[in-house]
Design a protein. Structure first.
Length: 135
């Protein structure tokens, strides 16, 4: 089940890292946890763990090269311009927390231009699946 919450210890075993590493990754935003209970124990979503274990670049290449159109999972795919815009804004917010605002704006503007062009001109010329891969 993708919405299942996995304990930090079990997640560490699944990923082959220490619990302390998972805590650092959580703080850095690399793999975010869900806090539960009054003591704030960390749990991780099964879907997030699965995505972390995937090679996103390979997944994108596989999707683009597929003979039959199949929409990727919602976590890496924006079917509409509104979904893309919301995810782009989230990206910019996260980037601004980690790097300079100037660099974050440049990266966000570049990604936005590519994404908007994909919707405006269907650069991939995909008649079967609308939207873009954006992770």
């Amino acid at each position: 089940m993708q919405n299942e919450l996995i304990s930090i210890g079990r997640t560490a075993q699944m990923l082959g890292v220490s619990i302390d590493t998972l805590r650092r990754w959580d703080i850095a935003g690399r793999l975010q946890s869900v806090r539960s209970g009054s003591r704030g124990h960390r749990y991780f979503k099964q879907l997030d763990i699965d995505l972390f274990l995937q090679n996103i670049s390979a997944l994108a290449r596989q999707w683009a090269a597929a003979l039959n159109g199949v929409a990727p999972t919602h976590d890496v795919y924006c079917q509409t311009r509104d979904e893309f815009q919301a995810r782009l804004e989230k990206l910019q917010t996260v980037l601004c927390q980690k790097i300079s605002i100037d660099l974050a704006s440049l990266i966000s503007a570049t990604a936005g231009e590519i994404g908007n062009n994909s919707f405006d001109h269907n650069l991939g010329n995909w008649p079967d699946i609308t939207g873009i891969f954006f992770s």
